[in-house]
Every structure is written in structure tokens, then in C-alpha cells.
Design a protein around this ligand. Structure first.
Ligand code: HEC
Ligand code: HEC
Length: 344
């Protein structure tokens, strides 16, 4: 029980109530500093206090970025903070700069997309990925490429494209962001016209159909077995070993809370693991540790045995990370096949 309370508390800390904080600094420290650094000096998330960032990021861009996040990337959406909360955060971030916020023309830049694509493949793809998919990894230390201290953002991302105007994108490409790997392409000799072509190509990525993740997934996987709890447990063990996993331990719910031997045999948890998978999962995102090692709960009631586990695919959706999502989809299939096999 204590463990469950601890886990609930941890979840509460992670997805906690945003309304408890009111001013921009508190809100920033609470929601953003873990990734972007206490004073915006960067971390998992890119630095926000650099003059070359703030001189080029309009208030509208900041506001929309916070509101929409970068779906499928690590940057979460914060629409739950509310409009006034987001405005306070933007004002706080702005206070790191002595200059006024830039304002951009809203008009579209009409360049030659095809020519822009060629330039993109030549100058940008090595960092920003195919079709602007972004640098690989989460930016979390384990997965970040050592060659790039700051992960290159995804440019084809709907959160980015909805937030950034064409003229802002152009400005960033021209001037770069000194203090980050993003160099100035005006200095590299690209002409205004060439940069316009690249902007049009980046804008065209918006048309691409993005992977969408079905929204309603059950939080728990539940199966029923006609066999007794002992037989079901034996069948689960067999299925676990058959999937190249190892049983770590089996315990009753109340082990440790009641006298030895007095535990309830009709409520059991089985823990199992595959160390290769565990390490690769942790390398993708350490937050996966919240639901590893794998476990299945068995409860016998009225002669029926229920098998339950959390659904990793549902959990991982909270984390806004495509790689983690893929891994957790695989974990869900694995749970399903183990539980199906055990209840046949
Ligand atoms: C050496 C790697 C590298 C190359 C090459 C590169 N970029 Fe970047 N780019 C980055 C990084 C890293 C950032 C994030 C900088 C930061 O921390 O603010 C970035 C930021 C950007 C941004 C701002 C995105 C955002 O979310 O704010 C745009 C737009 C951009 N790059 C476009 C381009 C284009 C177009 C090219 C090619 C002409 C290019 N970049 C080439 C690494 C690179
Ligand atoms: C879990 C980590 C995480 C948290 C929390 C987070 N961010 Fe981010 N943020 C990122 C990452 C990573 C990126 C780069 C996006 C990409 O990889 O495509 C980013 C991008 C951004 C950008 C775009 C920067 C650019 O180059 O144009 C802004 C602005 C931003 N975050 C602001 C915030 C604010 C404000 C908060 C708090 C309300 C916040 N972020 C919370 C990880 C995070």
C-alpha cells in the first residue's frame, strides 16, 4: 500500500495542478526550469535566455509554443496553465532581455519549394533530420548525441509551424543563434532568395500527414482466466519465459504488512524483466522507469481470476516522445500476448 501511495504521489508531482502557482517566475520555475534551466540557460530543452533567441522570438511565438508544445517531441503543451498564466511566463522570459520583443510581418514568403528542398538537403538535414523531423533522441543525457550539445528542434512539427511566422523562420536562418550549433546562413553565403526558398520548403512540411495517436486507449489491460489463480500464475510464468523475459519475483499484495505466511494468496503480483529491453528503454527516456520492471496483478474473486497490468501505451502518451511511444506500444503488445497466452 505504501508503495502505491508513493507512486500516486510521484504521479501527482508530475501531472500536478498548475493553478497553485500564480506569478511568471514561479510558473516558469515549476513547469519549465527542469528542462530549460533555472535562468533559461538550457538543459534537456534548448536555452531560452540567449540574446540570439530572445531577439528573434516574438511574444506570439512564445505564447503559442507554450500553449501547443511540440507534439511528438519532448516539449509538452501547457494549455492547462491558462491564458493569463502563459502570459506571465512569457513576460518573465522576456525580462531576461533588455530589448523589446520583435514583431514580424505576417505575410507568407513565396519561394520555390523544390529549390528550397535541395538547399535543405545540402545544409540542414544533417541536424534537423529528414523532412524536418528533428534531431534524434529526447535531449535527455542518455540519448543525446555527444557531437551536438543542443538537440536540433523538429521544423516539420505542427507546434513549431503553427507558432512561427515565415518571417521569423527566415530571420533565424539568416542570423542563426549564436551560442548554439545553429549557425548564420547569411554568413555561410546563402542569398536572401535561397533562404526564401528554404522557408517555403519548411512551410510545405506542414501539409504532410502526421502520425496521429488514437486518443482513447484503456489505462489498464484486463484479462480473465477460468483456471485457478495457481494455474494462471504458472501459465503466466511460462508465457513470460517464452517471451525471453525473466521472472524477478512473485509476491502477495500484503507481503511485508502481515505476519509471514498469513498473506492473502488470492491477490498476487508478478514482476518480470528483460534486461536488454530495460536498458534500451532507459536510454530512450529514464521516465520509463516509472512503469518498469513489468508487472501483472492477479486477483481471484468469486472463482474467477482477473489479470491486470497498466497499459504502457496509455502512460507513454503523457510524455510527448515518439521514441518512447513506439517502445511502449511494443510493451503493450507484449503484455497482451503474455496475458492472452496465459488465459487461453
Ligand atoms: C549543426 C547543426 C545545425 C544545422 C546544420 C542547422 N541547424 Fe537549425 N538549429 C540547430 C539547433 C541546435 C537549433 C536550436 C538552437 C537553439 O538552441 O535555439 C536550431 C534551430 C533552428 C531553427 C529554430 C527552430 C525553433 O524551434 O526555434 C530554425 C528555423 C532552423 N534551425 C532552421 C535551419 C535551417 C533551415 C538550416 C539549414 C539552412 C539549419 N537550421 C541548419 C542546429 C542546426
Ligand atoms: C520535458 C522537457 C521540457 C519542458 C518541461 C518544457 N520544455 Fe520547452 N522545449 C523542450 C525541448 C526538448 C524543446 C525543443 C523542441 C524539439 O526538440 O523539437 C523545447 C522547445 C521550446 C521552445 C522553442 C524554442 C525555440 O527554439 O524556438 C520554447 C519557447 C519553449 N520550449 C518554452 C518552454 C516553456 C516556457 C516551458 C514551461 C511552460 C517549457 N518549454 C517546458 C523541452 C521542454
Amino acid at each position: 500500500m505504501k508503495k502505491i501511495v508513493n507512486i500516486l504521489f510521484l504521479l501527482l508531482l508530475i501531472f500536478n495542478n498548475p493553478y497553485a502557482y500564480s506569478n511568471g517566475e514561479d510558473l516558469y520555475n515549476h513547469h519549465c526550469s527542469a528542462c530549460h534551466g533555472i535562468n533559461g540557460d538550457g538543459g534537456v530543452g534548448i536555452p531560452l535566455s540567449l540574446p540570439t533567441f530572445l531577439d528573434r522570438a516574438s511574444d506570439e511565438y512564445l505564447t503559442k509554443t507554450i500553449e501547443l508544445g511540440r507534439p511528438g517531441r519532448v516539449m509538452p503543451a501547457f494549455s492547462g496553465i491558462g491564458e493569463s498564466g502563459i502570459t506571465s511566463i512569457v513576460n518573465y522570459i522576456r525580462s531576461w532581455s533588455k530589448k523589446a520583443a520583435p514583431v514580424y510581418e505576417v505575410s507568407r514568403i513565396n519561394g520555390d519549394r523544390e529549390a528550397g528542398k535541395k538547399l535543405y538537403l545540402e545544409h540542414c538535414v544533417s541536424c534537423h533530420g529528414k523532412e524536418g523531423s528533428g534531431g534524434k533522441g529526447t535531449g535527455v543525457t542518455f540519448s543525446r548525441s555527444r557531437a551536438l550539445s543542443i538537440i536540433a528542434p523538429s521544423l516539420g512539427n505542427e507546434g513549431f509551424l503553427t507558432s512561427a511566422s515565415d518571417h521569423m523562420i527566415k530571420d533565424v536562418i539568416k542570423q542563426g543563434r549564436k551560442g548554439t550549433p545553429m549557425m548564420s546562413f547569411a554568413n555561410k553565403g546563402l542569398t536572401d532568395k535561397q533562404i526564401n526558398n528554404i522557408v517555403s520548403y519548411i512551410r510545405s512540411l506542414e501539409d504532410k500527414k502526421r502520425v496521429s495517436h488514437p486518443d482513447v486507449l484503456p489505462p489498464l489491460l484486463v484479462y480473465e482466466s477460468e483456471a485457478s489463480i495457481e494455474e494462471t500464475l504458472a501459465a503466466i510464468k511460462k508465457a513470460i519465459v517464452g517471451s525471453n523475459f525473466r521472472v524477478i519475483r512473485v509476491q502477495r499484495f500484503d507481503d511485508g504488512y502481515v505476519e509471514k505466511g498469513k498473506g492473502d494468496d488470492k491477490k498476487i503480483i508478478i514482476y518480470f524483466c528483460n534486461f536488454n529491453m530495460l536498458y534500451s528503454a532507459l536510454a530512450i527516456d529514464p521516465r520509463v522507469g516509472l512503469f518498469l520492471p513489468c508487472r501483472i496483478t492477479l486477483i481471484e474473486k468469486n472463482g474467477k481470476v482477473k489479470l491486470m497490468s497498466i497499459n504502457p501505451a496509455t502512460m507513454s502518451k503523457k510524455f510527448n516522445n515518439d521514441e518512447l511511444l513506439k517502445l511502449c506500444d511494443e510493451m503493450t503488445s507484449l503484455y497482451e500476448s503474455i496475458m492472452e497466452e496465459a488465459t487461453l
